[in-house]
Design a binder for this molecule. Structure first.
Ligand SMILES: Nc1ncnc2c1ncn2[C@@H]1O[C@H](COP(=O)(O)OP(=O)(O)OP(=O)(O)O)[C@@H](O)[C@H]1O
Length: 319
């Protein structure tokens, strides 16, 4: 029997990318009051506590949770990533920036197991990830969102998130078929946590709406909620603000900070420099596959190599 697992949800559903046709009116499935699911969820602190991961992390706060060592990815003759070494410290928001084609997505893909590095190593929570398959990497605690939204479009928002929480379920197929007490308890817990996640990202009232019927902004938030559902040690966000207007960007910045403050570690690829400078704790800059700078946002802003790398790039990128 094959049931959707977290790996499918995060990687295997390219065909189910949510489609929005603004010309087709959508009948709303109605709104959900999160307190009907669990009255405790009226309290933002209770929501944050329900969302926070309780999985054990060996790395101490402030130490390197993920470290790349001479990470190199070649595509034929092209060196997309050239001996790049950097670290993501537990509890920080690290920005990964660079002009188009600099190697950011390749780096992301090498970290999350989509590409196998040509050479070099990624260490995660103290262990090398060499030869770890991408679904196993999700289970180890690296979750990501995509530049192009990937959701189960025919599932509701809540179902999309509960599929993510499945990663942490421990009951067997036997338990699922015969609906053992343990399985029912886990199911209830998954729904409560799913609602907490939707509330955390700001879309709980839309819990029973099919993903494809959500607005673009809400779909992006749902992707983040689903990634958080796997209780990641590291959350990787690939251009989460793409297509957002300034006020949506501002509220996304608040959400990313809230995620960090809830104990998560975040890797952020983002083109919007204002957003990157405003939300990250540290930044790594790539150009032509090489790391050219690393430091606090203020240092990066004044770094001559970074300024040179961005010269010629339109104002909205460098502003
Ligand atoms: N699967 C692939 N096969 C061949 N070349 C690739 C592949 N993926 C990326 N590249 C090349 O590797 C280089 C780095 O690309 P990458 O997408 O990582 O850059 P990026 O910094 O994410 O760019 P952007 O900001 O445009 O998304 C580019 O020259 C790109 O054309």
């Amino acid at each position: 029997m094959t049931t959707p697992g977290p790996g499918d949800a995060l990687f295997g559903n390219e065909d189910m990318a949510a489609e929005i046709d603004p010309d087709v009116p959508v009948e709303s499935a109605g709104t959900v009051d999160v307190t009907q699911i669990n009255p405790d969820l009226a309290d933002p602190e209770a929501v944050a506590e329900a969302v926070a991961t309780d999985r054990a992390i060996d790395t101490e706060i402030g130490e390197a949770l993920l470290r790349t060592e001479d990470l190199t990815v070649r595509f034929g003759g092209l060196v997309a990533l050239d001996a790049v070494s950097f670290e993501i410290r537990r509890g920080e928001i690290l920005g990964l920036i660079g002009p188009n084609g600099a190697g950011k997505t390749t780096c992301f893909n090498a970290i999350s197991g989509v590409y196998r590095p040509t050479s070099g190593t990624v260490y995660f929570d103290g262990k090398p990830l060499t030869k770890t398959k991408r679904n196993a990497i999700t289970r180890l605690g690296i979750a990501r969102t995509f530049q192009n939204i990937r959701l189960f479009s025919e599932m509701t928002a809540l179902e999309n998130v509960v599929v993510g929480t499945d990663a942490r379920h421990r009951t067997s197929v036997f338990g699922a078929i015969f609906r053992t007490a343990r399985h029912r308890r886990e199911e209830r817990d998954a729904i409560t946590r799913g609602m907490a996640l939707l509330e955390f990202v700001g879309i709980a009232p839309r819990a029973v709406e099919k993903a494809k019927n959500l607005s673009y902004g809400d779909q992006r938030r749902l992707e983040i909620a689903r990634a958080l559902a796997t209780e990641p040690k590291l959350l990787c966000l690939d251009e989460p603000a793409a297509g957002f207007n300034p006020s949506e960007k501002a509220s996304l910045m608040d959400l990313i900070r809230k995620i960090r403050d809830d104990g998560f570690t975040v890797l952020l690829i983002e083109h919007d420099m204002r957003l990157v400078m405003g939300v990250t704790d540290r930044i790594v800059v790539l150009e032509f596959g090489k790391k050219i700078a690393e430091g606090a946002p203020a240092e990066i802003r004044d770094n001559p190599a970074v300024i040179a790398a961005y010269l010629g790039v339109p104002d909205d990128v460098t502003a």
